[in-house]
Write a protein that binds this ligand. Structure first.
Ligand code: FPP
Length: 269
């Protein structure tokens, strides 16, 4: 096996070649460094509702409120990228009524909140499979991306109809087409090239992935990009997540030593 030239990675830039650099290592109002990219698995809406004898949809509604607070907090803290897992490829197996509720919350979120996001200089990006989505949902996703395209504040990546294995398979298909058409040789396929064929190749890998609800797994979220992400599991259901919880998760991230496979420890951010 070929030895890599450098075994001790001393800067994160060597791992993910970020294009989003201006907000890198921003300092929060409280004066501490924040991670550049935070990704969140917003879990526990159903449990939040069940614990209160409420229908599951109420948990999802309160989940949207928690999302608003988190986007505001992430932007205030100077985080460059916030990725949220809003609807997974596997969520289609839920009862039709819950799927309808989740889709109408997404519609409402984009219709009601897009203007505010735009005013707050948030750039919206979407990852996930768009083929097969209804034209109105596709239209809204495209509108959100189009309107905010030139904003340079927080980048909000919405993972919608997203599954990481499906994303990697899409990248493999794109590469296979290039090979079949003679534009690429199979030997030229490297991890970097695969990364460049994922859904949002310009977005740096997440520094930290937060999952709420106490569950401790990735559930097909950002499997490629999470190779060196720190995982922080927060024992709160998503509707209870807020700025303090985000700051707590970031504090936990900052206590971790990151080595990226090398020997020299990197502090969390
Ligand atoms: C997990 O809770 C959450 C989801 C399936 C989706 C997250 C969705 C939102 C926060 C609202 C919609 C998002 C947007 C962008 C409009 P769960 O239902 O799996 O909870 P449980 O595990 O307790 O049942």
């Amino acid at each position: 096996m070929t030895q890599p030239k450098t075994t001790q990675v001393t800067t994160q830039a060597k791992i993910s070649e970020p294009k989003i650099s201006e907000r890198k290592h921003a300092t929060s109002e409280g004066g501490f460094d924040v991670p550049r990219h935070v990704a969140i698995i917003m879990d526990g809406n159903g449990r939040w509702a069940a614990a209160r004898g409420l229908p599951r949809v109420e948990g999802h509604r309160r989940g949207v409120e928690a999302l608003r607070k988190t986007v505001r907090a992430a932007s205030d803290l100077g985080i460059a990228v916030l990725t949220i897992f809003s609807f997974s490829s596997e969520n289609w197996s839920r009862p039709q009524s819950e799927i309808r509720d989740l889709l109408s919350l997404l519609r409402r979120f984009i219709r009601n909140d897009l203007a505010d996001l735009h005013k707050s200089n948030v750039r919206v990006r979407i990852i996930g499979e768009r083929d097969g989505l209804s034209p109105d949902i596709r239209g809204l996703l495209e509108e959100a991306e189009g309107l905010t395209r030139n904003n340079d504040g927080l980048t909000l990546v919405v993972a919608f109809n997203y599954g990481a294995r499906q994303e990697i398979a899409r990248a493999a298909r794109r590469l296979a087409v290039e090979v079949a058409e003679g534009r690429l040789s199979a030997e030229a396929i490297t991890p970097e090239l695969i990364a460049r064929h994922l859904d949002a190749p310009d977005i740096p890998d997440p520094d930290v992935i937060i999952r709420t609800s106490g569950e401790q797994r990735l559930s097909n979220f950002l499997l490629w990009q999470s190779a060196y992400s720190e995982l922080v599991f927060v024992p709160l259901n998503w509707p209870d997540f807020d700025r303090a919880a985000l700051e707590g998760a970031i504090a936990e991230f900052r206590r971790r030593e990151r080595r990226f496979g090398g020997l020299i420890a990197q502090t969390g951010s």
